[in-house]
Write a protein that binds this ligand. Structure first.
Ligand SMILES: *Cc1c(COP(=O)(O)O)cnc(C)c1O
Length: 402
């Protein structure tokens, strides 16, 4: 029998704050009641603050991030449309696969896993596309499988430099509400998120930000759609209702989630994620190991993928961590299965929680034959966190004897 808390450090689902759990421990409610819109209209408004968008609309579908991808694609594209994308991990691969299954002609650039969106290659392809055959440009802002963050603003710039009118679509499932995202400023047309990562909720909501330009494209796009149709949402959302039964419990949770995010301040949330991530990176370097992300510009503040040395199996680390220490780490997916393990550092986490993950990872690595120095990663992170955290307001009294 396992006692105590499970150390949940998979990069989604993330740890759920107690206030969110309490906000959802409520009776089910009448989603057509006269006072329901007062609640939902505020929710729509505040989601736009999270996505940093003044115009356009945010839709909340029952679903997961994958459903959000499908909503983005089927509402704005037509079968046969050309899509420019890049594959550098499990999730960027799956998004391309989803487009192909909907009949898109995807130009998917294969990139080394550990790097992100190849902006220069995008720029060349966009400049060469004089007839504007490319209808959508895909960016996986944070590739959760490899811990790689890509530069969305740079892709927007490449599109503008080429004078290209394609829609810019961003997978923000493991980045929105955790690392910087700016819908309007970056000219993003479709941004996909889900409830179980930065929003710290159970899985169950696909949250999709849509620009005015994408709403316009939805009027003529011919992909078959029903459940995810923006048009049905638009008709009912304007009065605070939904075309079918919404997940009312999760909507209450989303309210509590956004209240927490706004209370901390979005910029502080991003800074905290950066600090927690940097502590993990210090630990990895103290262990003498490498991240999957190949250069600092790719480092993700929401998840670190840590390469295990040649001849060892990352799956052993996961197994030992879970079975011996009740610690959940993320595994290597598809191409990098067994080659790495991941520590998710997004959502409701703090420094000491990360030290728990690092301590457990050290123990589990040693159990798996990877003889990192015990305490080395923990110590590196401890010292970093001590320095990086704001000092307490009163000066500590001098230590006279040890
Ligand atoms: C988790 C994740 C998804 C898939 O979301 P589901 O909610 O599992 O459908 C897609 N993209 C990224 C980047 C993710 O991290």
């Amino acid at each position: 029998m396992k006692t105590g808390f499970n150390g949940l450090f998979v990069p989604g689902p993330t740890n759920m704050p107690h206030s969110l759990r309490q906000a959802m421990d409520i009776p089910l409610e009448d989603h057509r009641a006269a006072d329901f819109p007062a609640f939902t209209l505020d929710l729509f408004r505040d989601l736009k603050r999270i996505f940093k968008m003044e115009t356009g609309q945010v839709f909340i579908f029952p679903g997961s991030g994958t459903g959000g991808w499908e909503a983005a694609i089927t509402n704005t594209l037509s079968p046969g449309d050309t899509v420019l994308a890049s594959v550098f991990g499990h999730f960027s691969h799956l998004w391309v696969d989803l487009c192909q299954r909907h009949g898109m002609d995807v130009d998917a650039i294969e990139v080394d896993w550990g790097e992100g969106v190849p902006v220069e290659q995008y720029a060349e392809k966009l400049a060469a596309d004089k007839d504007h055959k490319i209808k959508a440009v895909l960016v996986s802002q944070n590739e959760t499988a490899t811990g790689v963050t890509s530069d969305v603003a740079a892709v927007r710039k490449a599109m503008d430099d080429a004078g290209h009118p394609a829609l810019l679509m961003v997978d923000g499932v493991s980045s929105i509400a955790s690392i910087d995202f700016r819908m309007d400023e970056w000219g993003v047309d479709l941004a996909v998120s889900g409830s179980q990562k930065g929003f710290m909720l159970p899985t169950g909501l696909a949250i999709v930000g849509v620009s005015d330009k994408a709403l316009e494209a939805a009027k003529t796009a011919t992909c078959r759609r029903c459940f995810f149709d923006f048009a049905d949402m638009i008709k009912t959302n304007k009065d605070g209702f939904f075309p079918y039964t919404p997940v009312t419990t999760l909507l209450r949770g989303l309210r509590a989630s956004m209240d927490l995010l706004f209370e901390e301040g979005l910029e502080n949330v991003f800074a905290r994620h950066n600090r927690l991530a940097e502590g993990v990176r210090r630990a990895v370097s103290a262990w003498g190991l490498e991240l999957c992300a190949k250069a600092p510009k790719w480092y993700s503040d929401t998840v670190s993928a840590i390469m295990v040395p040649e001849g060892y199996d990352g799956a052993d680390v996961l197994k030992n961590a879970y079975e011996r220490y009740n610690l959940s780490l993320g595994g290597g997916l598809s191409k990098v299965a067994g080659k790495l393990f991941r520590i998710g550092h997004l959502g409701w986490q703090n420094e000491l929680m990360l030290l728990q993950a690092l301590a457990g990872a050290e123990m589990a690595m040693r159990d798996s034959g990877i003889m990192v120095e015990p305490g080395s990663g923990v110590a590196a992170a401890q010292e970093f966190y001590r320095e990086a955290l704001a000092p307490v307001s009163s000066k500590p009294t001098a230590v006279t004897s040890m």
